[in-house]
Design a binder for this molecule. Structure first.
Ligand code: EPU
Length: 437
């Protein structure tokens, strides 16, 4: 496990740049498989998830060339082919993206094999919605010990689906499958995150016919053929918010070049309520600690346009420094407060609850999951030896270590590379005293 030694207690100040959104780039790369001509994606960050998806595409015959400096990825899908099972297996557990290859591979090859999925351990993260959608289109799904084999002997036919919950991945699954299914498809209770709207834009550039109607309804008319696309990825609003929270927690001042207001309106409202200062210009957003005490808040995570679950963990670190009791109700994942144990060890006062402590009763209310938290502050944080639990929780641990007086050791930082480009270099640019162990 890679380890970072963090000498905390110094405010993070300066400028960093965020590039394309992890949770868009990987899906746009999958979409390229549907094209009959090459695609080019721009503003791609150098993160592990992009490596994983590039490898998966190559295994399926897509010619991928990636210049990490310029952030340009070229993908030529002229020779899409079935990958060797053993090669795909090697990627088992490394990402959740493979499940999204189902639709494109079924359209191109009539079959797909998906290894066991990875991703962060922040709940059960089932794929039942994905499989239901694929079956609705007429696919045959066989579960094997090593993964899932999917075939479409009679092709895929448009359908009507209503999601039990507006899942991001399931909405993307539907889009990537419906665009070339025969006839019309309607999705009710769809997710409408900005990353999904940009995936819709990518597919439209490829030749798809998709309308996003009010009340979370997406309608798709299948077309026979799609071509490649050229597209610039939207900025990573999760990374931008993570640095914003780091500025608050360390009493710092960070200009996040690339951050875009339109995708962060809900975050910025909460940031202001906590007492954080920000200034917006055309190129980015400057986030800073006000120099006066921060305020406690009540917060509920939700699907877009609500407060993103991925913004929650870094912000909780900042809330340990706010005066009073903050309440955070996590309604997207059942198990996203595991990271608070380390914060408590570091001196934070955080109590987690099974009850829904927000205004709403959520899906997890009667299910025994610790999905609400009360944070009492301000409490100084002490240095500690900690292990990264997952991507966002890991970044939060880093922020906590940077805010704490003394020297912490943060183990397992390779998990953070999945979604934060060059984060150690960025930390150094912001004046953090860190060194690889
Ligand atoms: N769900 C099901 N069944 C399914 C699919 C989802 O019950 O078949 C449930 C999940 O268990 C969860 C909820 O629906 O409780 C929402 O999950 P969703 O499908 O929306 O999440 P996802 O597509 O797996 C993406 C991001 C996550 C982000 C969520 C929510 C990617 C690769 N991942 O996950 O990002 O938290 O949407 O916005 O796009 C991260 O970047 O750290 C991360 C975890």
């Amino acid at each position: 496990m890679a380890e970072l030694v963090v000498h905390g207690g110094t405010p993070l100040t300066g400028e960093i740049t965020v590039r394309g959104a992890k949770n868009f780039v990987s899906k746009a790369m999958v979409a390229a498989v549907l094209g009959h001509s090459p695609s080019q994606l721009r503003n791609v960050p150098q993160i592990k998830d992009v490596h994983v998806v590039s490898e998966l595409l190559r295994l399926h015959g897509v010619n991928v060339s990636w210049d990490p400096e310029t952030g340009v990825v070229d993908m030529d899908p002229s020779n899409v082919e079935t990958a060797h099972r053993a090669d795909i297996d090697a990627h088992a557990g490394s990402s959740r993206i493979p499940i999204l290859l189902c639709g494109p591979l079924l359209h191109r090859l009539g079959e797909a094999f998906i290894p066991d999925l990875g991703g962060c351990h922040i709940g059960d993260r089932p794929i039942d919605y994905h499989l239901t959608i694929l079956r609705e289109f007429g696919a045959k799904v066989d579960k094997l010990a090593s993964g899932i084999r999917i075939t479409a002997p009679r092709g895929l036919v448009g359908t009507q689906v209503s999601l039990p919950y507006p899942s991001v991945g399931a909405t993307e699954q539907l889009l990537l499958t419906a665009v070339q299914a025969r006839g019309k498809t309607e999705l009710r209770n769809a997710a409408i995150e900005p990353e999904i709207m940009d995936l819709v834009a990518v597919l439209q550039r490829m030749g798809a016919i998709i309308s996003v109607d009010t009340d979370r309804v997406i309608r798709v008319e299948g077309v026979d053929r799609l071509e490649g696309y050229t597209f610039t990825a939207l900025p990573d609003r999760i990374e931008a918010a993570s640095w914003a929270s780091a500025a608050l927690a360390t009493r710092g001042d960070i200009y996040v070049r690339g951050a875009r207001q339109a995708d962060m309106v809900t975050f910025l409202n909460i940031y202001r309520k906590v007492g954080g200062d920000f200034t917006i210009d055309d190129a980015g957003i400057r986030f800073r600690h006000p120099g006066t005490p921060l305020h406690a808040i009540a917060l509920e995570t939700d699907v877009h346009p609500g407060f993103m679950t991925d913004w929650q963990q870094p912000l909780v670190v900042a809330l340990t420094q706010a005066s009073g009791l903050s309440i955070v109700h996590e309604t997207v994942y059942e198990n996203r407060f595991g990271f608070t144990e380390a914060l408590t060890e570091m001196g934070a006062t955080i109590q987690v609850y099974r009850e829904c402590l927000g205004g709403l009763t959520c899906r997890f209310g009667q299910k025994n999951f610790f999905h609400s938290a009360i944070i009492s502050g301000p409490t100084p944080l002490r240095a500690a030896d900690i292990e990264v639990p997952d991507l966002r929780g890991g970044f939060s641990h880093l922020i906590a270590a940077l805010a704490a007086e003394g020297t912490s050791r943060v183990r397992g930082i390779e998990l953070i590379n999945r979604g934060y480009e060059s984060f150690t270099a960025k930390l150094e640019a912001l004046g953090a005293k860190v060194e690889q162990a």
